[in-house]
Ligand binder design. Structure first.
Ligand SMILES: [Zn+2]
Ligand SMILES: [Zn+2]
Length: 96
């Protein structure tokens, strides 16, 4: 296997590639874990799977999988108030 190259073979130019696991994703706010090599939609989602300082299976901490062109993106479930409720309120994610 070779490393994905941004801008080639369907990989977007703005892709971020993790060399050690050959994952790629897009979005500067993503958090890719160097431990379990899963990609999280935000630092909040990342922090949630690191409960106790070790990687937890994301589904066990309430994160949901979303299928992206690059694979699975783990994120916070959509809040009751819609995605708009996520912005500007950290606690909005905990209410989901
Ligand atoms: Zn992890
Ligand atoms: Zn990785």
């Amino acid at each position: 296997m070779t490393l994905p190259i941004p801008g080639e073979n369907g990989v977007p130019k703005n892709a971020i590639v993790h060399g050690s696991c050959r994952s790629w994703w897009t979005g500067n706010e993503r958090s890719h874990c160097g431990g379990c090599h899963l990609t999280y939609s935000s630092l909040t989602a990342f922090d949630r799977h690191r409960k106790g300082g070790t990687c937890q299976p994301p589904e066990s901490v309430g994160l949901v999988a979303r299928q992206k062109p690059y694979g699975t993106l783990w994120g916070i479930p959509a809040p009751v108030g819609g995605y708009g409720a996520l912005y500007g309120r950290d606690e909005a994610e905990d209410a989901a």
